[in-house]
Ligand binder design. Structure first.
Ligand code: NAP
Ligand code: HSE
Length: 419
């Protein structure tokens, strides 16, 4: 393998992990590393300090560099730097899921026009190899469903709340300190990060472009300890699930929201920063890929794998890694969340008056909803009753009608249940 020369844009959690990992490789040479603040103290050896720069041109316009590794995050200037680098003949490795979800189509077309590749294994599920498997060894499958835990920060928070009764904001701080969270952790806890990831993953798995604008999203910031406890009593765990399914006509239901996951499903047992991607298709059936989904070294593993994949084909062919290129032209047809069918966990508080549960039952019946279970959790001092319901499979629009029509009740939580 010819010695490959790379420039790294960003020296934070992931950039630092890539730098440390590449010290073990003789055939990859880091030429420059871009940072915003060159005076900041950094974990870099004295002899490598000269590699740091705050001038992007020393990387994206440097004729000595073959691969630009974008690990800054955000849309701009990352997008402009990537396009300039491509124009200047460089291949790209990136971990930037937001950029891929929002500008993937444009960037992949631009790369193809310039006969360059963009690899992004680290952008989806951190250290788990999922992009390369889907594009290569699973290419003979018609993938119809993905059910996944794609955000380490939220899985860490939910696990700590479940196992230790930990406080949400304390655990979020821990996840930030461990380098799992995004620069703005709203992206994690409100489900944006997982939505970016499932957008790209569904696009490549279904072979049809999914638009981030059509991905329904809810985060975990409203999940209460009492829901986690109630879920446990019902034999479930609460997880932030990224879901994508497609039918024969190309209708794609792609979304991210918390779910009650029954204990008999693998995803219920994926804890802390671990991610898991369950892929269903023909002829494979169902597989689950699982591993560390965030953090310095797991993410570096995927970034370095992509660098080496490009390097291994250098000087061998003019058209490298054809299977890894993205050339989907057809768009998936979006399915509105209101038209989806789900089971629901509903927790509501209602006045403790005769007939109140009867009214709820009548509303459900009028909207085609059958109940799997209904439990009243005693009567509180203010003469209200807390009720927990699990429905059978029903239409989202119908459960919303029930809630809208049940004016006496206060909804505490409405969480979909995985099947
Ligand atoms: P980070 O710790 O915040 O590091 C970002 C780095 O980029 C910093 O070194 C920063 O410079 C530099 N930077 C940012 N904006 C810049 C600009 N305009 N000009 C020059 N340098 C700039 O972020 P991270 O956690 O490593 O994440 C990097 C990317 O990987 C993001 O796209 C993220 O979504 C993705 N990712 C992260 C993980 C993870 O576990 N953390 C996992 C998978 C993917 P300074 O150091 O000077 O501030
Ligand atoms: N913030 C992301 C997470 C990093 O917690 O999963 C990995 O993409």
């Amino acid at each position: 393998m010819a010695k490959v020369k790379i420039g790294i844009l960003g020296f934070g959690t992931v950039g630092g992990g890539v730098y440390k990992t590449l010290r073990n490789f003789d055939d990859v040479e880091i030429k420059k590393i871009l940072v915003r603040d060159i005076t900041k103290p950094r974990n870099i050896s004295d002899e490598d300090k000269h590699l740091l720069t705050d001038n992007p041109d020393e990387i994206i316009n440097n004729p000595d560099i073959d691969i630009v590794v974008e690990l800054m995050g955000g849309l701009e200037p990352a997008s402009t730097y990537i396009k300039t680098a491509i124009e200047n003949g460089k291949h790209i490795v990136t971990a930037n899921k937001e950029l891929l979800a929002k500008q993937g189509k444009e960037l992949f077309e631009f790369a193809e026009k310039n006969n360059k590749v963009i690899l992004y294994e680290a952008a989806i599920a951190g250290g788990i190899p999922v992009i390369m498997p889907v594009k290569t060894i699973l290419a003979g499958n018609k993938i119809t469903k993905i059910q996944a835990i794609l955000n380490g920060t939220t899985n860490y928070i939910l696990t700590k709340m479940d196992k230790d009764g930990a406080d949400y904001s304390v655990v979020l701080k821990e996840a930030q300190e461990m380098g799992y969270a995004e620069a703005d952790p709203t992206s994690d806890v409100e489900g944006f990060d997982a939505a970016y990831k499932i957008t790209t993953l569904a696009t490549i798995a279904f072979g049809k472009r999914v638009s981030i604008n059509n991905v329904y999203r809810e985060g975990i910031s409203n999940i209460k300890l009492e829901d986690i406890k109630a879920a446990n009593e019902l034999g479930h765990k609460i997880k932030l699930i990224a879901l994508a399914s497609i039918d024969e006509q190309g209708n794609a239901d792609v979304r991210v929201h918390p779910m009650l996951v029954p204990n008999n499903l693998t995803l219920a047992h994926i804890d802390y920063v671990t991610n898991a991607v369950e892929i269903s298709g023909t002829p494979i059936g169902k597989i689950v890929l699982s591993g560390p989904g965030a953090g310095e070294f797991p993410t570096a593993s995927s970034v370095v794998g992509d660098i080496l994949a490009i390097a291994s084909e250098f000087d061998r062919t003019d058209y490298i890694l054809p299977m890894m290129r993205c050339n989907h032209t057809q768009a998936a047809i979006p399915v509105d969340i209101k038209d989806t069918y789900n089971k629901y966990y509903l927790s509501f508080t209602a006045p403790n008056t005769p007939g109140i549960i009867g009214k709820f039952g009548s509303l459900c019946a009028a909207n085609n909803i059958s109940l799997q279970s209904i439990v009243q959790k005693g009567v509180q001092d203010n003469n209200t009753a807390k009720v927990i319901v699990i429905t059978e499979l029903c239409k989202e629009d119908d459960i919303r009608k029930v809630i809208a029509g049940f004016s006496e009740c206060t909804v505490n939580s409405l969480i979909r249940v995985a099947i």
